[in-house]
Design a protein around this ligand. Structure first.
Ligand SMILES: Nc1ncnc2c1ncn2[C@@H]1O[C@H](COP(=O)(O)OP(=O)(O)OP(=O)(O)O)[C@@H](O)[C@H]1O
Length: 287
């Protein structure tokens, strides 16, 4: 008789195993071993296709540091990251091309991240060229623009002629054009007005449900998690202190720091109305 063994478990899209990051004060080289400060400790994280994971924590908790490790912009002092079973660590642009095609980043301040001299068309085309993506770039650019709900007339515009919401959608379109499997989004809703927020949330829903794109959404504001993420991680002092379904975390936060975050977000009311109807992973099982 055969039970469910480890061979039947879904293969994660991305896996972080026991990550540590220390901060070494440069002026104290002699005392380095004693003085190093640990800013990430024993981080374990597994992300499945189509899954939307929230990463929250107070300022200084380590969110940006973890993001930098997941983007392979910085290396961990211990532990490992694998994507589809392949090791991920900082390397040359060329050596990381395969990873950059699979894992993309939506920056916190899209308007500032877009080169003001480039047109929207060139901004969306640039990663396709840099990462040597084959195929018809014009079609990909048009599709990406449609996906984020921007009219094609914007293709000739420069960032200075865009509103904050439009710039946010161009930043998302740059990532979407690569058809990534995982998007890391840093405070994707901050600074957006309500209609644009709703459109971005709908886009993320569609991408995870229809395309199987996974998301890690970073926000200091826990209030956005029930609508965006089926699972939420709380980072505190460099450690993940909770990693649970978002509904369960809001209904019964296990940790004092989570309770404080929930309380601060004024979310101890009925959150079930804000939960997505169907978890994306239910629609996107990974074989
Ligand atoms: N280059 C650096 N020099 C000194 N300290 C640093 C550096 N990078 C990170 N730190 C420290 O590491 C800790 C984690 O910082 P990190 O930026 O990852 O937190 P965060 O959760 O992203 O905060 P925020 O929400 O304010 O962006 C903080 O205490 C921060 O002061």
């Amino acid at each position: 008789m055969h039970g469910v063994d480890s061979d039947d478990a879904p293969v994660p899209l991305l896996c972080a195993n026991g990550l540590y990051k220390h901060l070494h004060p440069p002026s104290l080289a002699f005392w380095r071993a004693r003085q190093a400060r640990t800013i990430l400790r024993d981080i374990h994280l597994s992300i499945q296709a189509g899954e939307r994971i929230g990463l929250a924590g107070v300022s200084g908790a380590g969110k940006t540091t973890l993001l930098n490790l997941l983007l392979a912009l910085k290396g961990a002092d211990a532990g490992s990251i694998t994507c589809q079973g392949r090791a991920v660590r900082p390397a040359s642009v060329r050596a990381l091309r395969w990873y950059r095609r699979l894992v993309q980043y939506i920056p916190q301040d899209p308007a500032a991240s877009l080169d003001p001299r480039m047109s929207v068309r060139d901004l969306i085309r640039e990663p396709l060229v840099r990462l040597s993506v084959e195929g018809n770039h014009t079609r990909r650019i048009d599709e990406a623009l449609d996906r984020v709900g921007l009219d094609r007339k914007f293709l000739s515009h420069r960032p200075g002629a865009l509103s904050g919401g439009q710039a946010q959608r161009v930043a998302i379109a740059r990532a979407v054009a690569l058809r990534p499997r995982l998007l890391l989004a840093d405070e994707p809703l901050s600074g957006l007005d309500l209609p644009v927020r709703a459109r971005v949330m709908q886009l993320f829903d569609d991408m995870s449900r229809l395309d199987g794109t996974a998301f890690v959404i970073i926000s200091h504001d826990l209030a956005v998690m029930p609508r965006l993420c089926e699972r939420t991680l709380i980072l505190h002092d460099g450690a993940i202190i909770e990693d649970r379904p978002t509904a369960a975390l809001f209904e019964a936060p296990a940790h004092e720091h989570t309770k404080a975050l929930v309380h601060a977000a004024h979310l101890d009311h009925d959150i079930t109305s804000m939960m997505p109807a169907t978890p994306a992973t239910a629609l996107y099982p990974v074989s």
